[in-house]
Every structure is written in C-alpha cells, then in structure tokens.
Design a protein. Structure first.
Length: 84
C-alpha cells in the first residue's frame, strides 16, 4: 500500500487489518507539484482514463480492500476517510 499526500486533518487507520493481511505500507513524498499538475492535465484532457483502475472502499472495509488488492480483484483500492 502506498500513502501519498498529506491529509489536512488527523485520520485514523485500521492497522490491525493491515498487519493481519501482512500488507507493506510505504509512504512517498518524492513527487513535486509539477508532477501532479501534469498528471491532472492528462486526466482532464481525457488522455488518461483512471476510472477503471480505481475501486473505492470506506475505511471500515480496509481489510477487504487489502484482500482485493492482493488477489488482483482491485487494481488501485482507494480508502475513503470521512471526517466525523
């Protein structure tokens, strides 16, 4: 699992599910704003269609998202954190 970006609020994460699933968590802070702008421009222009790659899961279903990633059911599972 790769964590990108910095949330603007503190978030909780179900680490027990990640540990039980033996998921490796990697963080990345190496891309610059230019990379995001170029990527977003390609997506906005319709050159890149990322919708088929994304599968959305509420954070409560993180375990299922991990299982789907490992079994290749989901290409890029996205955990959705909703502020309380």
């Amino acid at each position: 699992m790769l964590l990108l970006g910095l949330p603007n609020k503190e978030v909780s994460f179900p680490f027990a599910d990640a540990i039980r699933s033996e998921i490796s968590i990697i963080t990345s802070y190496t891309s610059g704003w230019d990379d995001y702008e170029k990527s977003l421009a390609l997506i906005d222009a319709g050159v890149l269609n990322i919708k088929p790659l994304l599968s959305y899961y509420p954070v409560e279903k993180a375990g299922q998202a991990f299982k789907d990633a490992v079994s290749k059911v989901a290409v890029k599972p996205v955990l959705q954190f909703v502020a309380a």
